[in-house]
Design a protein around this ligand. Structure first.
Ligand code: SF4
Length: 361
C-alpha cells in the first residue's frame, strides 16, 4: 500500500472518486509517483465503471493507410518520412488504396485511417478527389478517418484556405471523421524540442474546435515515451480534459500509444510495459469526461489487453501501419489470439461497429 504524503493519500483520493469528484492535477501527480499498480487498477475501475460494464470490452479491426511518406515537418522522432525528391518517397494512387480497403473489408474490417505527411505537392483537390472517390465507391459499407488534425492544418494552409473552408470541402466529399493524430505531447516545450513545424498546442486545439464546428467527428490521442516530463504529460491531459468540458463528448475517444525509438534521429528507449499500463490507468482516472479509453495493440501487442484492467474499454486490431512499423512496431495479425488475450484477462470481447448498417457505436 502507498504511504500518505502531505495531505494526500490513496484513501483521500479514492474517497473523492467514490463521491464522483474530479481529481486535481496534484492528485494525478501524487498517484503517478506513489500509487501501487493495484491501487491504480482499483481507481481506474471506478471511473471505467461509470461508463462501461466491468467485464466487457469492445474492439474493431482496422487498417492505417499510409498514402504518402513525403513530409517536410521533420519531427526528430519520426522514422517514416522522406523529404521531397527522396528516391523512396511515394504517393499511392487510388487503385493501390482501393486494394488495401478491399483486402481488409473482405476480412470484416470496417475502419480505415489515412495517415501520411506534410506533402507540399498535395493540395486540397487531391484529398477531395481521393475521399470523394472512396465514399462514392464504398458508400456506407466502410468508414474512414480521413486525416489527422495536423495534416488538416497543413493542407488548409498549403491550399490557402481557412480550416472552415477546407473542412466544408472535405465534408462535401464524404468525410465524416478526422482523428486527433499529431498530438503526441500537447505541451509547447515538447513540441519546440522535437517537432517545431507541427503546430502549437493552441493551433492544434483550435483546429479540433473547427472540426466540431464543421459537424465532423474527431478523437484525442497521446504518445508517450520520448523524453517528456511528467508535467508535460499532465499538461496534455489537462488540455484535453478542459477541451472536453467546453465541448461535451466532442472528442469521441482517447487513445494513447508508445513511442518506438528505432530508425530515427531521436532514438532512446521504449517505455516499459508496466509504465504504459500505469499511464493508461492515470489517463482513465484523470479524463473523467471521456467515455472511451482505448488501448494500443499497435505498439503494445498482448500488453495492451492487460490495459483493460487498467481502465481501457476498447482496442483496435490494426492490420498495418507503416509509420510505427518503420519505427520498430511488430504487428500481430492473429485476431483470435488477440481476442484471447483480452478473454484471458476476464473480458467478454464485443465487436464495435462504425458503419451505420451495423448498429454503429
Ligand atoms: S511524424 Fe508525421 S508530421 Fe512528423 S515528420 Fe513524421 S510524417 Fe511528418
Amino acid at each position: 500500500m502507498s504511504l500518505a504524503v502531505g495531505n494526500l493519500s490513496f484513501a483521500v483520493i479514492k474517497e473523492k472518486l467514490v463521491a464522483q469528484q474530479r481529481l486535481e492535477r496534484h492528485d494525478a501527480k501524487w498517484l503517478w509517483q506513489n500509487a501501487t499498480n493495484e491501487e491504480l487498477i482499483d481507481l481506474a475501475g471506478l471511473v471505467r465503471g461509470r461508463y462501461h460494464k466491468p467485464d466487457e470490452a469492445t474492439y474493431l479491426l482496422m487498417r492505417i493507410i499510409n498514402y504518402t511518406n513525403i513530409c517536410v515537418a521533420k519531427c526528430d522522432y519520426c522514422s517514416f518520412y522522406r523529404l521531397p525528391m527522396a528516391k523512396d518517397g511515394y504517393v499511392r494512387d487510388k487503385e493501390w488504396i482501393f486494394a488495401k480497403i478491399d483486402e481488409l473489408a473482405a476480412l470484416g474490417g470496417e475502419l480505415f485511417a489515412f495517415n501520411g505527411g506534410f506533402n507540399p505537392q498535395l493540395k486540397i483537390d487531391f484529398y477531395v478527389d481521393l475521399f470523394g472517390s472512396i465514399r462514392q465507391k464504398y458508400g456506407d459499407t466502410i468508414e474512414f478517418y480521413a486525416l489527422t488534425v495536423v495534416e488538416l492544418i497543413y493542407i488548409a494552409r498549403l491550399s490557402k484556405l481557412s480550416l472552415e473552408q477546407a473542412l466544408k470541402m472535405l465534408k462535401e466529399a464524404g468525410v465524416r471523421w478526422i482523428t486527433g493524430g499529431g498530438a503526441e505531447i500537447l505541451a509547447d516545450s515538447f513540441r519546440l524540442r522535437h517537432s517545431p513545424l507541427k503546430y502549437t498546442v493552441q493551433e492544434y486545439m483550435d483546429a479540433q474546435k473547427e472540426i466540431l464546428k464543421a459537424g465532423l467527428k474527431t478523437t484525442a490521442t497521446m504518445v508517450i515515451g520520448f523524453d517528456e516530463s511528467l508535467d508535460e504529460r499532465l499538461d496534455h491531459l489537462e488540455t484535453i480534459r478542459q477541451f472536453q468540458d467546453q465541448n461535451p463528448n466532442g472528442l469521441f475517444s482517447f487513445l494513447s500509444w508508445t513511442y518506438k525509438p528505432y530508425n530515427n534521429e531521436l532514438g532512446g528507449n521504449e517505455v516499459s510495459a508496466e509504465e504504459y499500463l500505469r499511464h493508461l490507468a492515470l489517463c482513465r482516472i484523470y479524463l473523467d469526461n471521456f467515455k472511451h479509453i482505448r488501448a494500443s495493440v499497435l505498439t503494445q501487442n498482448a500488453n495492451a489487453l492487460r490495459g483493460l484492467k487498467y481502465g481501457a474499454n476498447d482496442f483496435d486490431i490494426p492490420w498495418e501501419d507503416e509509420v510505427t512499423e518503420m519505427a520498430g512496431a511488430v504487428i500481430e495479425r492473429d485476431v483470435e489470439r488477440i481476442l484471447g488475450y483480452a478473454q484471458a484477462e476476464g473480458f467478454k470481447t464485443i465487436a464495435r461497429h462504425v458503419v451505420p448498417s451495423k448498429d454503429c457505436q
